[in-house]
Design a binder for this molecule. Structure first.
Ligand SMILES: [Zn+2]
Length: 137
């Protein structure tokens, strides 16, 4: 189901938000890379229902998601759209439900799931990833 922005304002907002998500992911990826870690990117790790993770350590079975503050309802930065607020709220609620469902499915498959908000400091996220990887090694 594609998002259906109903106004020019919301459409511009979606484009801005999407770019920001991507740059948060790139920051974490380059931090991991500089630390000498090797991983897969945007990889499907589960079928039926399909789950893709943003960053995947295949052997260690660690799946990382970088959740956009707006799309996934970050408690610090989730802002209300002035136009069409009910539509956005239900869209974000669906995203959150899908996130929790993916966490459960992956957990049942033996994956460790890490989620970081897009606002989080990539240096700190890197420490968390390293700690989890060393436990899984
Ligand atoms: Zn946030």
């Amino acid at each position: 189901l594609r998002p259906q922005p109903r106004s020019k304002h919301d459409s511009d907002r979606m484009k801005r938000v999407r770019r920001r998500d991507t740059s948060a992911e790139l920051r974490l990826r380059s931090a991991l890379h500089r630390a000498g870690l090797r991983f897969r990117v945007d990889r499907p790790i589960r079928r039926a229902p399909l789950v893709r993770a943003d960053i995947v350590f295949v052997t260690a079975r660690v799946a990382i998601f970088i959740d956009g503050c707006f799309w996934h309802g970050c408690p610090l930065h989730a802002t209300e759209s002035k136009t069409n607020a009910p539509w956005w709220r239900s869209k974000i609620a669906r995203n959150q439900q899908r996130d929790r469902a993916a966490d459960e499915l992956l957990g049942a498959d033996g994956w460790t799931v890490l989620r970081f908000w897009e606002h989080e400091d990539p240096a700190e996220s890197l420490l968390t990833v390293r700690r989890v990887l060393s436990r899984r090694a």
